[in-house]
Write a new protein. Structure first.
Lengths: 428, 127
C-alpha cells in the first residue's frame, strides 16, 4: 500500500468501533427484514410476531387494530382499541391512526373518547377531507347537526366528489334543505347539481326546487339537457309549473334563445325550426320499429317540417313526437297543425292528440288522416278539466284491429299550435 | 482487500438484480452485506493488512450527514423514530460502501477492474 502502519492501539480501537457499528447495523437490518417479511404474510399471527419483533413500527399495531376491528371471525373491539392506542402512542402525528381509534371507540360506545380522538386527528391534519368527512358523520350520528354540517362543508370544499354521499347523509339526518344548503354545501354549482341529482332520485320536488333556485342565483352556465331529469321528476310528481320554470330558466342559463312561439302558442318549437331536444318541455321521440321520424327540409308548410315514414312492416303504435304542455284548468284551447300525407295505408288514421297523461284517454284530437292529401290544417278545440294542469300533445296512430293493419306511407307535420281560444280569437 | 472488492461488486450486482433494493428484504440484505464487509475491513485493519485509512474529501460531508442522522435518532429529534431508524440504516450502508470503496480500490488496476465489472453488469442487464 505504501502507507506506514497505524499505531496498534488505534487499530484495535478502530476495530472495536467498526465491529460495534457493524453489529448494530446488522441487528437492526435483520430485525427490520424479518419483521417486514412477517408483516407481508397473510396470517395475523405473523403480524403479531412482526409487531413484537419490531415494536417501534406503528404500522404493525395499526394493522392489528384494523384486523381486530373489521374481521368478522376475530372481531375483538378492546384489542382493536389497545392496538390503535399503541399505534397513536408511537406515531401521534398520524391522523389516520386517530381516526380509526375514534371509530373503534364510537363502536364501543365511548363517545367522549371517540370525539377526543376525532379532534386529535383534526389537529394533526386540519385540511384533510377524510378527517372532516368522518368527523362530520360521527357528529351526524350524535344528532349534532349544525356541527356535523360544518365538518361536511369542510370535507366538500376539499373533495367535491363526496357531494352525492354528503347530501344523502345530511338528508337522512335532517330534511331541512335550507339548513343543509346554508351549513353543509359549499356554494358551488357542481355541489348544487350533486344535490339536485340526489333529490331527483329521492323524488323530493320541493327540496330540489329550493336547490335549483339557489343554483340559478349563481348565474351558472349549463346545457338545457342537464335539467331534463329534474323536469321529468317534477312532471311525475305533479309539479308542472315548477317544470316549466326550470325549462324557461334553463334556456337563459344555456345562453340560447328559447325562440318565440308564433301566435302565443304554448307548444315549444311548433314549427320544428329547432332541433328536437328529446326531453324537458320540448319535443320527445323514441325510435320504434316500422317507422322513422326525421326532418324534411324540402317539403314544409313553412321553414322545415317533421316527417314520419312508415315502411309497411308492422302495425305500429306510433306516438311521436310528443311534448308536455302546461295548461290552465277549465279553459278552452284550440290545437292545430298543418299535415300532408302520401300513400298512408291504414284503417287507423294518424292525428294530433291532446292527452291528459301518458296512459289517459285523449282529451281531443284532430281528424284522423289516411291516403294522400296536400298541406291542410287540422284543428280541434277542447276544454281542460278542473284538475288538468298538464297535457301531452302527440302525433299518434293507434294500432289497427283489422287484418291488413301494417301501415306504410309518409306524413308531414308543421306549425303545431295550442292557444287558449279567447286569446286566439283576439289575435285574429 | 480482494474479498472487499468482490463483496462491493456483489452488492452492486445484487442491488441491480433486486430491482434497486427498495423492498425491505433487499434493503436488509444490502445493509447486512455492507455491515459484514465493514467488519471484515475492521479485522484487516486491526491485523495491519490494511495499514492505514485512505482519506477522501467526500468523507467530511458524508460523515457529517451520517453523524447528524445518528444524533437525530438517538436524541429523539424526530417525529417518527421508526422511519428515521430505517433511513439511518440505509444511509449507513451507503456511507460504509463508499468508505470501503475508497479503501479497497487503491490503484488504477482496481478501478479498471471495477469499470469492466460495471460494463459487464450493464451488458448483462440489457440482455
Amino acid at each position: 500500500m505504501g502507507h506506514p502502519k497505524t499505531n496498534l492501539l488505534i487499530r484495535l480501537l478502530a476495530c472495536v468501533v467498526v465491529f460495534s457499528i457493524s453489529g448494530v447495523m446488522a441487528w437492526a437490518a435483520v430485525r427490520h427484514g424479518v419483521a417486514a417479511y412477517w408483516a407481508q404474510s397473510g396470517q395475523p399471527e405473523r403480524w403479531a410476531q412482526a409487531a413484537a419483533w419490531e415494536p417501534d413500527n406503528p404500522e404493525h399495531w395499526y394493522r392489528l387494530g384494523r384486523f381486530y376491528q373489521v374481521d368478522f371471525e376475530h372481531a375483538d373491539l378492546s384489542r382493536a382499541i389497545s392496538n390503535y392506542q399503541r399505534a397513536t402512542a408511537i406515531a401521534p402525528d398520524t391522523a389516520e391512526y386517530w381516526l380509526d381509534l375514534a371509530e373503534a371507540k364510537e363502536t364501543a360506545l365511548q363517545m367522549a373518547e371517540a370525539e377526543q380522538a376525532f379532534r386529535k386527528a383534526q389537529q394533526m391534519y386540519p385540511l384533510s377531507a377524510d378527517v372532516a368527512w368522518r368527523f362530520g358523520n360521527f357528529l351526524l350520528r350524535q344528532s349534532r347537526r349544525d356541527e356535523a354540517f360544518r365538518e361536511i362543508h369542510e370535507a366538500l370544499s376539499v373533495r367535491p366528489g363526496l357531494t352525492a354521499l354528503a347530501i344523502s347523509r345530511c338528508w337522512q339526518g335532517s330534511q331541512d334543505i335550507e339548513q343543509i344548503l346554508k351549513l353543509a354545501l359549499p356554494p358551488e354549482p357542481d355541489t348544487y347539481w350533486g344535490a339536485i341529482d340526489f333529490l331527483v332520485d329521492a323524488h323530493e320536488p320541493d327540496a330540489a326546487m329550493v336547490v335549483w333556485k339557489r343554483l340559478m342565483e349563481a348565474n351558472p352556465s349549463f346545457p338545457v339537457q342537464s335539467t331534463f331529469k329534474l323536469q321529468d321528476m317534477l312532471i311525475e310528481t305533479g309539479h308542472p309549473d315548477a317544470a316549466k320554470t326550470v325549462w324557461q330558466q334553463a334556456f337563459s342559463a344555456a345562453g340560447v334563445s328559447r325562440g318565440e312561439q308564433r301566435d302565443g302558442s304554448l307548444v315549444w318549437n311548433g314549427g320544428f325550426e329547432q332541433e328536437l331536444l328529446n326531453g324537458g318541455m320540448g319535443w320527445r321521440f323514441r325510435p320504434v320499429a316500422g317507422a322513422e321520424l326525421n326532418f324534411d327540409p324540402h317539403v314544409a308548410h313553412w321553414g322545415r317540417a317533421i316527417r314520419a315514414v312508415f315502411d309497411g312492416t308492422s302495425n305500429v303504435d306510433f306516438q311521436q313526437p310528443w311534448q308536455y304542455v302546461v295548461v290552465e284548468p277549465n279553459t278552452r284551447y284550440r290545437l292545430s297543425a298543418y299535415f300532408r300525407t302520401e300513400d298512408l295505408s291504414t284503417s287507423s288514421g294518424i292525428r294530433l292528440e291532446a292527452e291528459e297523461t301518458h296512459f289517459g284517454d285523449p282529451l281531443q284530437g284532430t281528424p284522423g288522416l289516411t291516403g294522400t292529401h296536400p298541406w291542410a290544417p287540422g284543428v280541434v278545440e277542447f276544454t281542460t278539466g278542473a284538475d288538468t294542469r298538464l297535457i301531452r300533445v302527440v302525433l299518434r296512430r293507434r294500432p289497427s284491429q283489422k287484418l291488413d293493419n301494417k301501415i306504410s306511407g309518409t306524413i308531414w307535420m308543421d306549425d303545431v299550435s295550442l292557444v287558449p281560444v279567447a286569446e286566439s280569437a283576439a289575435l285574429r | 482487500m480482494t474479498l472487499i472488492r468482490v463483496g462491493i461488486c456483489a452488492l452492486v450486482a445484487f442491488a441491480v438484480v433486486a430491482h434497486g433494493a427498495v423492498e425491505p428484504w433487499s434493503e436488509s440484505v444490502l445493509e447486512i452485506g455492507a455491515a459484514t464487509l465493514f467488519a471484515w475491513w475492521g479485522v484487516l485493519f486491526a491485523c495491519g493488512i490494511a495499514p492505514a485509512v485512505r482519506r477522501n474529501l467526500l468523507f467530511v460531508p458524508l460523515g457529517g450527514f451520517w453523524a447528524w442522522a445518528t444524533v437525530q435518532y438517538l436524541a429523539c429529534l424526530t417525529t417518527s423514530p421508526f422511519l428515521t431508524r430505517v433511513e439511518w440504516l440505509k444511509c449507513s450502508a451507503l456511507v460504509i460502501l463508499f468508505f470501503l470503496a475508497v479503501q479497497a480500490f487503491a490503484t488504477v488496476e482496481h478501478w479498471r477492474g471495477f469499470i469492466w465489472f460495471l460494463l459487464a453488469l450493464g451488458k448483462a442487464g440489457r440482455g
